[in-house]
Design a protein around this ligand. Structure first.
Ligand SMILES: [Zn+2]
Length: 347
């Protein structure tokens, strides 16, 4: 029986150490199975020890000693193997979960600002440096603000230039220009002096073409105070244009007509593409239109709360999309709101 015990013990230890691929004990599950088979409650060694009573009395102590040694040896072997398996599993998981920090990262898709927004921000920057604040006014307006208080009573022929969208509520329309903000600002700040730009979306009921859209941005400028003159307007427009397009720009002011300014001017600069030589962008005139402008009409000043005998002011309006078209040589204004990434990703 002692021989049998030694044999069992030897076999079990050999099995544990075996490097043979087939029956290698290299997982905790396999190890537990081995434990159960050898020294578990129904393990071979355990069963053998129960038969100690079959031995002659004098052989029992020796067998008992040997049995304890064997059991301890097997337990120790089990523990050692368990540690090895644990270490191997840890090493394996470290190897599999390893991150190669030298691998180049995947590029993040980056958003960007719409070209109109970029131009608007440039305009804000330049006017902010000149002391103009940004003033926002509603895109849905009343007929009074959009037309009447800007010196365009009902049936005024100038209204033909600003066909708009009407809502089902009478007298409520989408603004055709940012000029109604002039009245709102004047009424808010009167009698303080004013130096503002009024940016925002405008709407006109127009045939959509390469040159006209039904929605577009406008930036209006307004300065009101004592002794504001046409020279101030000229200086502001020249300074703005040269900061945006370069110090070498040549300007020209043509007389024009708007119902809400008197006198009115169109502000042109020499074409940035052909330097005034003439090209398709400037329609071979050598000039590009920058803005419409003028001295605020006395009627408009009065509607804003200012006494035109004491106060004067100038106003101007420009289109960021038109500016972007000139800067980037965009030939079709419909691109701006067509939502085409091939276009938008170029800016
Ligand atoms: Zn040109």
């Amino acid at each position: 029986m002692l021989d049998k015990l030694n044999q069992l013990c030897e076999d079990a230890l050999a099995e544990l150490k075996s490097q043979d691929k087939q029956d290698k004990i290299d997982t905790q599950t396999a190890l537990d199975e081995w434990y159960g088979r050898v020294i578990g409650r129904k393990g071979a060694v355990t069963l053998l020890l129960r038969r100690v009573g079959e031995l002659p009395r004098e052989e029992r102590p020796a067998f008992g000693r040997r049995a304890n040694e064997a059991k301890q040896a097997l337990e120790a072997a089990y523990e050692a193997r368990a540690q090895e398996i644990k270490a191997a599993e840890l090493a394996c998981s470290l190897r599999e979960g390893a991150i190669d920090v030298t691998m180049p990262g995947r590029p993040l898709p980056m958003g960007r600002l719409h070209p109109s927004t970029q131009v608007l921000r440039n305009i804000y920057d330049i006017f902010a440096q000149m002391g103009f604040q940004v003033y926002h006014s509603p895109e849905v307006e009343t007929d009074e603000y959009n037309f009447q208080w800007l010196n365009m009573p009902p049936h005024h022929p100038a209204r033909d230039m600003w066909d708009t969208f009407y809502t089902t509520q009478e007298g409520i329309i989408l603004r055709t220009h940012t000029s109604p903000g002039q009245i709102r600002a004047m009424r808010e700040f009167c009698p303080e002096p004013i130096r503002l730009i009024l940016p925002g979306m405008c709407y006109r009921y127009e045939q959509i073409s390469a040159r006209s859209e039904i929605q577009f941005n406008q930036v209006e400028g307004l300065a009101v105070g004592r002794h504001v003159t046409l020279t101030d307007l000229k200086g502001t427009m020249i300074e703005f244009t040269r900061r945006l397009y370069g110090a070498e720009r040549v300007m020209r002011f043509r007389s024009s007509h708007f119902p809400f300014t008197e006198p009115s001017v169109e502000v042109d600069m020499d074409c940035i593409l052909c330097q005034g030589e003439g090209c398709p962008v400037c329609k071979y005139t050598g000039w590009l239109e920058i803005a419409g402008a003028g001295m605020v009409h006395p009627v408009v000043l009065r509607n804003g709360g200012y006494d035109p005998d004491e106060y004067s002011g100038f106003a101007f309006g420009m289109g960021p999309e038109r500016i972007a078209m000139q800067v980037y040589s965009i030939t079709d204004i419909r691109q701006f709101w067509a939502n085409d990434l091939r276009f938008l990703e170029q800016f």
